[in-house]
Design a protein around this ligand. Structure first.
Ligand code: ZN
Length: 258
């Protein structure tokens, strides 16, 4: 948590031409917090006190940086949940995202996205055997992810709030990237063709997205439609992207899990 004086000092140093990294070194303020303030200042938005919430303040704003939020929203809808921590009277919530250990790069990207939108909240890695829960505590996760509610996501209606819908329309690619990183995959299908000169093998990369919630699946296919990427239902809760041009488009901003 940083006070107003520290924040003003950081913005002053940025205005003098120092880089975010240099300001961070001099002030011991996290780079994430400085970037967040810088972004707000650049956009002419009030630089809110670090503790405040962009959603439940007197003038709710979208969540910045918006590309990181769109990505995190995709992760949350796929593999995340929000649950109470400790004494219920304190109303503290844990945002928990589950990432397989075979994709350390995704774990880092997830933690970076959480830090980017809540720079003052600690991010923890909780090993669960084969997968890791990446969590962060805040009173404001339900404001930032109003899809929060009791029970599994596929047993309740999932709709985006107006500000979220507007945001994912502007940041469709990071949203799709988050959804695929949580509930999707990119795999290679090997197909044998018998020819006169012997067998030939062809490889076709494909993307799949699997989610039990018809609402979340719809958000995914709506996003692909906005991007003009062809998809089809391979079964009730499974979407496949297999056309060569469509796979190439997704490879441009998603690619294999890492
Ligand atoms: Zn709030």
């Amino acid at each position: 948590m940083y006070d107003v004086a520290s924040r003003n000092r950081a913005l002053e140093l940025l205005a003098q031409g120092l880089t975010v990294a240099e300001v961070s070194r001099r002030t011991q303020i996290s780079r994430w917090a400085i970037r967040d303030w810088q972004l707000r200042a650049d956009q002419g938005m009030p630089v809110a006190p670090a503790r405040s919430c962009p959603r439940c303040g007197s003038q709710p704003t979208s969540l910045a940086p918006e590309d990181k939020y769109a990505y995190l929203l995709g992760l949350y809808l796929g593999d995340g949940c929000i649950s109470p921590v400790g004494d219920p009277a304190k109303r503290i919530w844990s945002l928990r995202i589950f990432c397989a250990d075979k994709y350390p790069g995704l774990q880092t990207e997830c933690a970076d996205a959480i830090r980017a939108i809540r720079p003052d909240n600690k991010v923890r890695f909780l090993p669960l055997g084969g997968c890791t829960e990446i969590n962060s505590h805040s009173k404001h996760w339900p404001c930032m992810f109003p899809q929060h509610g009791p029970g599994k996501k596929h047993t309740r209606k999932i709709t985006l709030d107006g500000w979220q819908q507007e945001l994912v329309e502007r940041f469709t690619k990071p949203f799709v990237r988050g959804l695929i990183h949580s509930d999707g995959s990119r795999s290679t299908n090997r197909v044998r063709h018998a020819t006169e000169t012997g067998d030939r093998w062809y490889e076709y990369p494909r993307y799949f997205f699997t989610n039990e919630s018809a609402d979340i699946t719809q958000l995914f296919t709506d996003a692909l439609d906005r991007l003009g990427i062809a998809w089809r239902h391979s079964n009730r809760n499974n979407i496949s992207v297999a056309r060569r041009d469509a796979v190439a488009r997704l490879d441009g901003f998603v690619g294999p899990k890492y």
